[in-house]
Design a protein around this ligand. Structure first.
Ligand SMILES: [Zn+2]
Length: 290
């Protein structure tokens, strides 16, 4: 064989291997779910995208429903709690037909959170939630509506830098509270407009002892947001809002030491890190600030 003929033969073999690979890979690929990010930190949200026949996902003891999307596929959010244990686990994704479930490895990365002391005046520290307030917040977190109103990307509710990030271990007047910061604090001047991070329905807009004037929004398919300590509210329960609509104005009501916005994202009732969803700049020296 001439070297020319060898080169041609090699090209044909490579070409036929390539087309065979495409032929076999395409149908298999089409039936699989994908997750992102491949490795999650504590407090982050796992996104699960699947073909139509996959309906739910389970990681350890936490389940997530996969909802039908306009493109005919399914999509769901699975929260990783700050209190979860890092390691490699199996995500089990179940189908609504006789097909075998799919398992995917999920790596939960070790995540270090800072500690932060908050100085509270006695009359502020003495504020506590009533049983009715606790019940309202529980039912808000538990209510998962089927219709998706939210879309990427979420909008930041205010423009100020972040004075306290998600997940910091909280001390009140030097004593550990055993709690972590379940949302983020952003710097706001008193009276700055607070805006919805995504479209949704107002679940509550009322005054709470600890949360101050607060708004909760159901964005559908497991995503909810909550905005605290406002001076004034301009929305009512049941109202539909669009991304960027004004909910109220910044203040320092409830357990708060000065005007700021504390806001929270819930996925299936679990506090998740808003900084994974919205770009937030930390204020300089934020970890020591408040
Ligand atoms: Zn806060």
């Amino acid at each position: 064989m001439s070297s020319h003929a060898i080169a041609r033969a090699r090209t044909m073999v490579v070409a036929s291997l390539f087309s065979a690979a495409l032929f076999y890979a395409a149908p298999l690929q089409a039936q699989k779910c994908t997750i992102s990010p491949a490795q999650v930190k504590l407090g982050e949200t796992l996104r699960i995208a699947c073909p139509a026949e996959f309906t739910s996902a389970k990681l350890n003891e936490r389940s997530a429903k996969l909802y039908p999307q306009p493109d005919g596929k399914r999509f769901g959010l699975l929260p990783i709690s700050v209190k979860d244990v890092p390691g490699t686990f199996s995500l089990l994704i179940s189908r609504n037909d006789d097909g075998a479930p799919q398992t995917l490895p999920v790596v939960i990365r070790k995540t270090i959170f800072a500690s932060q002391n908050v100085k509270l005046a006695p009359e502020i520290e003495g504020l506590h939630s009533t049983p009715e307030e606790m019940a309202l917040l529980t039912s808000f977190r538990d209510a998962i509506s089927e219709i998706r109103s939210w879309a990427d990307p979420l909008a930041p509710p205010v423009s100020g830098c972040m004075t306290s990030p998600f997940g910091v271990k909280r001390l009140h007047n030097g004593k550990y509270t055993g709690e972590y910061h379940g949302g983020v604090d952003q710097r706001t001047p008193e009276g700055e407009a607070i805006r919805a991070v995504a479209a949704g329905t107002i679940t509550f807009a009322k005054q709470f002892n600890v949360l101050g004037n607060a708004v909760g929004i159901d964005h559908g398919q497991g995503l909810e947001s909550m905005y605290l300590h406002m001076s004034r509210l301009v929305v009512a329960p049941g109202a539909a809002v669009q991304r960027g609509d004004i909910l109220g104005y910044a203040g320092s009501t409830g357990r708060s030491t000065g005007p700021h916005l504390h806001w929270v994202l819930y996925v299936n009732g679990v506090n998740v890190n808003p900084a994974q969803w919205v770009k937030l700049q930390p204020c300089s020296g934020a970890a020591k600030k408040r």
